[in-house]
Design a protein around this ligand. Structure first.
Ligand SMILES: Nc1ncnc2c1ncn2[C@@H]1O[C@H](COP(=O)(O)OP(=O)(O)O)[C@@H](O)[C@H]1O
Ligand SMILES: [Mg+2]
Length: 417
């Protein structure tokens, strides 16, 4: 009997989970409010319904042997109803812990990951995670609460809504005291104020655990533009010894890479999380701090599909299907370029060139042998909307800058910017 996987959420992550689930011989269903959700093109059946429609979620549960989620903001209370009844194999704890930035950072600290300095705004002391909803604040109170918090954290700092933020939405950077009144407008909902980290670069670690063994994918460096991931470069320089020179075969993690992978795996195990978990980090010198986590496949892990011997979607499915996990290895240096609406035409021109038999080689010598374009099939394209991604293997950041960067809106990456 084929095993049936049900996915709560039908975006591009759901699409790629479904593709790998099919490769492993499973049957897949997904639930999403959008009738044209990308995953529906791959799933065997689907349900169009809101994430808080308990009846529809139960229908998905009844159709499936095991449930997973690719959308982070499924209401926690709804999931609690499903938890006892269906096999949500990852459990709901990692989702619940990641849904509120205050709880998320308290939890990171508690389980050994360093964080930037932070405080809740408005200030609260009743419980550690301050789950009680504060009463509505007047404009004056908002400003005062934020001024008090800024006095504790220092400038520069970042104010973020505790819930429902993504791709830089719901955030305001405070560089001088003059930024406070504008930022205070975010305080119509509870927020967290963090110190602004002057990082060298951002990195992420994607892990999969079956409860007895945890694997992690090679650590990549992430470049964000306007709060949205633009490029992932793997391996991240500094995380591996002999990373470029000796090829990837003998790639060994550096002291920093080992420290980060060890701390992240320890965190996942200490929390008792199973399934997939991505952790975003800020790297400064030989140190790192936790930024946020996501208990689902991660945008920065798209590169694993072609860049590694096994990928984040397949290992998640292996976990869901109860199969042994495989340790991933990097095949070659890899660059993943996110395709937002503004770059969709450029991405299609790459597809057309390859359909016409023009290989990646023609664009740039040896660099670009493998150019893998993924278009998610979303019906409406908008600037800043994630429409697809391109993975280049083998490719370094320098080669990407030289050969490909000018085809896309953000252009060349300049080190240090
Ligand atoms: N404390 C911080 N210091 C410096 N940059 C930050 C900080 N918090 C967020 N950023 C920048 O904003 C980006 C988005 O913030 P993040 O907290 O990851 O929220 P989300 O990805 O959910 O929108 C980060 O990848 C980073 O580039
Ligand atoms: Mg983030």
């Amino acid at each position: 009997m084929k095993k049936k996987i049900g996915i709560i959420g039908g975006g591009q992550l759901g699409l790629m989970i479904a593709q790998e689930a099919h490769r492993l011989g499973a049957v897949v269903s997904a639930l999403d409010p959008a009738p044209d959700a990308p995953a529906f093109a791959e799933t065997d059946s689907h349900i169009v319904a809101a994430y808080d429609d308990l009846e529809a979620l139960e229908k998905l549960g009844d159709m499936s042997d095991v449930l997973t989620y690719e959308f982070e903001n499924v209401p926690g209370d709804i999931l609690r109803h499903l938890e006892g009844k269906y096999d949500i194999k990852q459990g709901i704890a990692p989702l619940f812990d990641s849904q509120d930035r205050l709880r998320e950072k308290n939890n990171a600290k508690k389980h050994g990951l360093p964080t930037p300095a932070y405080v809740a705004v408005p200030a609260c002391s009743a419980s550690e995670d301050c789950t009680e909803v504060p009463s509505k604040l007047s404009d004056d109170q908002r400003k005062r609460e934020l001024e008090n918090a800024v006095a504790r954290i220092g400038i520069p700092c970042v104010l973020k809504t505790r819930r429902l933020g993504y791709d830089g939405h719901g955030q305001a950077v405070i560089k001088t005291a003059a930024d406070i009144p504008q930022a205070a407008q975010l305080l119509s909902v509870p927020c967290i104020l963090e110190s602004f980290v002057d990082f060298d670069y951002e990195a992420s670690v994607v892990m999969v655990s079956d409860g007895s063994r945890t694997i992690h994918f090679p650590i990549g460096r992430n470049i964000h533009k306007g709060g949205i991931l633009d490029l992932s470069i793997v391996p991240a320089k500094g995380m591996y010894r002999n990373s470029m020179a000796g090829g990837t075969k003998d790639m060994e993690e550096s002291a920093l890479g080992l420290k980060i992978a060890g701390a992240c795996e320890h965190f996942m195990e200490d929390c008792g999380y199973k399934g997939i978990l991505a952790i975003e980090l800020f790297i400064k010198g030989d140190d790192f701090v936790f930024n946020e986590m996501a208990p689902r496949p991660h945008n920065s892990g798209h590169y694993t599909i072609e860049g590694c011997t096994t990928n984040q979607y397949r290992e998640l499915c292996r976990f869901l299907l109860g199969e042994p996990l495989e340790v991933p290895e990097l095949i070659a240096p890899t660059v993943m370029k996110n395709i937002l609406g503004q770059d969709l035409d450029a991405a299609w021109s790459v597809v057309r060139a390859s359909d016409a038999g023009i290989s990646g080689n023609s664009f740039c010598g040896e660099a670009g042998t493998g150019v893998y374009v993924h278009i998610y099939g979303k019906t409406e394209s908008r600037p800043k909307r994630k429409m697809g991604h391109i993975t280049f293997v083998p490719m370094t950041l320098e080669e990407y800058d030289e050969c490909w960067a000018d085809k896309f809106v953000y252009g060349k990456y300049i080190d240090g910017k």
